[in-house]
Write a protein that binds this ligand. Structure first.
Ligand code: NAD
Length: 496
């Protein structure tokens, strides 16, 4: 085992933080290890409606001074948050692997991204926030356009990649000069609460507040009239609820939602490399990633070879405890996920599809104690199958054969989702033509994970029901800024 005894026995309790103070609560949420359900990883407070009110009031109280703080100072403080995350990276990697279920190597990479998000958010920001003056011919007249924060932003995050999703949301919201109330998911609140607490300890009191809890706390927060904007990452159903809640006070929403990403493999693709990279994307975090390959389209002429390579590669996946270095894939995060994935698998088998359950168990003796699922492939999926139409958000991957590119593009676009996508071809020109016809916020060519430049430059977001607005890149900060324009005119000169 790669784990140590101290990894397994340590129980973490974290209070909420409101106005710079620890806020305990009477009720606690118990966080269990999805790979060892009898192990309590830690507890957080199950927050109350009153505590949400307190958190919003603290954020309101802190917002004017934070907005007036020089950009350079805000950026310097946020960079310190990134450094502090780095300083605790190993401890956090173990904690989050235990509460989330993804293998520790993945969480380590996530932590690097999270720390960088705080350090890099300031790049070019001073120029971007500088007021722009537009002169006129008339004496004494000019127009000044300023970009200013909203005030209080509610930041609500899910459990699946909790640290990076939190960092990508709160770093720009804060850099822009907003104060925030952060609500982690009760399925993985410990790492996110820790990041919130780190930020709260470095920034002035009230600028960062963390409340814990589930739907009721979230709903109170998103409906609060003093919250000026909601930035939410999660599922479509919750987003619809939030939009209805936000309607009463007409607040803005920024949504990063689910995806059903197609991978379109063209007939000149390097099949071996494509399979390797598609599997890397689709089974990372046991498939619980919003922008993962969720359906593959392959030319019928190459389908047999592609399926053979895919089966061979997926069969090499080792499923086990997140802290065991032998595991390449951990458990799914919670019981709801397990049930949903098992039901989907069973109904696809009952439909008569060629389903292959592959991979191996690292810890067969403790298998039933965790939410473990072996990776599966559906080798002869059809366009209208549930496994193709729904976001599976788990380790089952359908392969659909196509006869021509037109058909592949049409099938890829026949969905209410539009997050990410990929095209696989030795010809960049050919791939770019296909990419330009995909209805999605993002397309990656010959991979389904972003390059280093992609991570820094690409506005992350989805079309259709995959989202509203953009995160990351130099553009993401715009979600947290509004205009304040001043049209300066003067009195006519009057004599004596
Ligand atoms: P979820 O919508 O169930 O929960 C997300 C957050 O919303 C949690 O903090 C939850 O407590 C809170 N919440 C629940 N009910 C609420 C309510 N009524 N009002 C306000 N907040 C409420 O989603 P999940 O199961 O945690 O995450 C999985 C989903 O998130 C998947 O669909 C996945 O694709 C999507 N996701 C999208 C992205 C992206 O960037 N596009 C990233 C990760 C996950």
């Amino acid at each position: 085992m790669g784990s140590t005894v101290s990894d397994a026995i340590r129980v973490t309790h974290l209070d909420q933080v409101i106005d710079g103070r620890d806020v305990p609560g009477e009720r606690l949420i118990e966080v269990r290890n999805p790979g060892r359900r009898d192990e309590i990883v830690g507890t957080v407070v199950d927050g109350t409606v009153d505590q949400v009110d307190d958190a919003v009031a603290a954020a309101v109280g802190a917002s004017a001074a934070w907005a007036a703080t020089a950009v350079a100072e805000r950026i310097a403080l946020l960079a310190r948050v990134g450094d502090e995350i780095d300083a605790h990276a190993e401890e956090l990697a173990t904690l989050v692997a235990r509460e989330n279920g993804s293998v520790r190597a993945i969480i380590r990479r996530e932590l690097i991204g999270a720390a960088n998000a705080f350090r890099e958010v300031g790049e070019g920001l001073a120029d971007k926030l500088a007021p722009q003056d537009h002169p006129s011919d008339a004496p004494g007249q000019f127009v000044r356009i300023q970009k200013v924060p909203y005030g209080v932003v509610a930041c609500i995050v899910p459990w699946n990649a909790p640290l990076i999703l939190t960092a990508n949301k709160i770093a720009p919201a804060l850099a822009a000069g907003n104060s925030i109330v952060l609500k982690p998911s009760p399925f993985a609140p410990l790492g996110v609460t820790t990041i919130g607490r780190i930020a709260a300890s470095i920034l002035p009191p009230g600028v960062v507040n963390v409340v814990n809890g589930g739907g009721e706390v979230g709903s109170t927060l998103t409906g609060h009239r003093d919250v000026r904007k909601v930035s939410f990452t999660g599922g479509g159903e919750t987003a619809r609820h939030i939009m209805r809640q936000a309607a009463d006070s007409l607040k803005g929403v920024h949504f990063e939602l689910g995806g059903n990403d197609p991978a379109i493999v063209l007939d000149d693709a390097d099949l071996q490399v494509s399979v390797e990279r598609i599997v890397e994307s689709a089974f990372r975090r046991a498939g619980q990633v919003c922008f993962a390959v969720k359906r593959i389209y392959v030319p019928r002429t190459h389908a047999e070879e592609f399926r053979r390579l895919l089966v061979e590669r997926v069969n090499g996946i080792t499923v086990g405890d997140a802290l065991d270095e032998r595991s390449s894939m951990g458990p799914v995060n919670n019981e709801g996920q397990l049930t949903k994935i098992r039901d989907l698998l069973e109904s696809t088998i009952a439909q008569g599809r060629d389903v292959r359950v592959l991979g191996s168990k690292v810890n067969p003796e403790t298998w039933e104690n965790g939410y473990f699922v072996l990776p599966a492939l559906v080798l002869d999926a059809q366009a209208d199958d549930e496994i193709v139409r729904e976001e599976q958000f788990g380790p089952i991957l359908p392969v659909i054969a196509y006869d021509n590119e037109e058909e592949a593009i049409a099938m890829a676009n026949d969905t209410e989702y539009g997050l990410c996508s990929s095209v696989w071809s030795r010809s960049t020109d050919r791939a770019l033509v296909v990419a330009s016809r995909i209805e999605a916020g993002m397309t990656i060519i010959n991979n389904h994970l972003f390059s280093h430049t992609g991570v820094r430059q690409i506005p992350f977001g989805g079309w259709k029901q995959s989202g509203i607005g953009w995160e990351g890149s130099p553009h993401g900060i715009d979600e947290y800024l509004q205009f304040h324009s001043v049209d300066v005119q003067s009195f006519p000169e009057t004599d004596g």
